[in-house]
Ligand binder design. Structure first.
Ligand SMILES: Nc1ncnc2c1ncn2[C@@H]1O[C@H](COP(=O)(O)OP(=O)(O)OP(=O)(O)O)[C@@H](O)[C@H]1O
Ligand SMILES: [Mg+2]
Length: 292
């Protein structure tokens, strides 16, 4: 038997109490709904603001890239003129210039050439974000061996070797031409900064990391560098060795870092002066979907 059946007032009391409660609940619910709606609106507002910031950032980054590309292209023109006039001076004023004058003009031409190389490297760097290729699953063993074939022959011609120890061949979602360019740049450094009189021994290895990524190591037996300068070598135009002995603009590793970061990866190195160098590239297997 129910309690209401024993107590004739019970049902009435329960009914009015429930009505009050319902009203209270309704009020509470309305307050909650309003609060939730306000919160949603605030969230939508900050989302829209965030999207705008991201778009502004993208545009200003794009502007900077375009500026870099145009500037590095346009600056080539006056340099070409300087070379032309230097040549004219040498042919038309041969007598007046004399050997010293000739030498100055040659030095000027050398400086102009270096400047042209810097500008070329700068424009190549800014094109990295423009000239992209679709990220697609690629067999890294193939990508790497294709990219380093030229350096391998050069190493062998010097009595050395370039070995690939990429087992099993990992398949990674990458912009294959850019990743190939990165490995080529790393082994080219290994070859360039070799020890005099020692055949260059270069090795590229791969291993799966504990968190499911892939680590590639590019190791050489060259002159190495002091690790306290590690941060510097990935910055534009930073070089640790005398440019008279080793040519280059100091842009290779900057380009490598940009390529790796564009793939959501990381690059670092270990070395000590005189003891070779090892560069470590960690790449995820798959690329995260592009954000809208
Ligand atoms: N394998 C290596 N062994 C020793 N030093 C290295 C090695 N790789 C890079 N470095 C040092 O880091 C500097 C920066 O390297 P990076 O590749 O950016 O420039 P670069 O080779 O001098 O010129 P570029 O690559 O533009 O032709 C080099 O100048 C060199 O001092
Ligand atoms: Mg280099």
């Amino acid at each position: 038997m129910t309690q209401g059946a024993d107590n004739p007032h019970c049902g009435v009391e329960e009914k009015s109490l429930t009505k009050k409660q319902v009203l209270k609940y309704a009020e509470d619910l309305a307050v909650l709904f309003r609060a939730e709606k306000n919160q949603r609106l605030r969230l939508e507002e900050s989302n829209a603001q965030l999207k705008k910031y991201a778009e502004d950032l993208r545009l200003s980054h794009q502007e900077l890239q375009d500026f870099l590309l145009t500037a590095s292209h346009d600056l080539q023109e006056p340099l070409r003129k300087a070379v032309t006039f230097g040549d004219l001076l040498k042919t038309r004023f041969r007598q007046q210039l004399g050997p010293a004058g000739f030498e100055y003009i040659d030095r000027l031409a050398g400086a102009v050439q270096r400047m042209q190389r810097l500008l070329d490297d700068l424009s190549a760097y800014s094109r990295l974000t423009i000239e992209t290729h679709p990220r697609a699953p690629a067999n890294m063993g193939e990508v790497i061996s294709d990219a380093v074939a030229g350096v391998k022959s050069q190493a062998e011609a010097l009595g050395g070797s370039l070995k690939l120890e990429i087992q099993p061949n990992p398949v990674l979602e990458v912009d294959a031409p850019q990743i190939g360019q990165m490995f080529k740049c790393l082994v080219a450094n290994g070859l360039k900064f070799r020890k005099r009189g020692v055949p260059p021994e270069l090795v590229i290895r791969s291993r799966r990391t504990d968190d499911g990524k892939w680590e590639f190591t590019v190791r050489d037996n060259g002159i190495g560098f002091e690790e306290k300068y590690l941060d510097r070598i990935f910055k534009p135009f930073e070089r640790l060795h005398p440019s008279g002995e080793y040519d280059g603009a100091g842009m290779g590793l900057t380009v490598c870092r940009k390529i790796v970061e564009r793939h959501g990866g990381e690059i670092t190195a270990k070395s000590s002066a005189g003891n070779g160098a090892a560069f470590f590239v960690v790449l995820p297997e798959k690329q995260s979907p592009p954000r809208s």
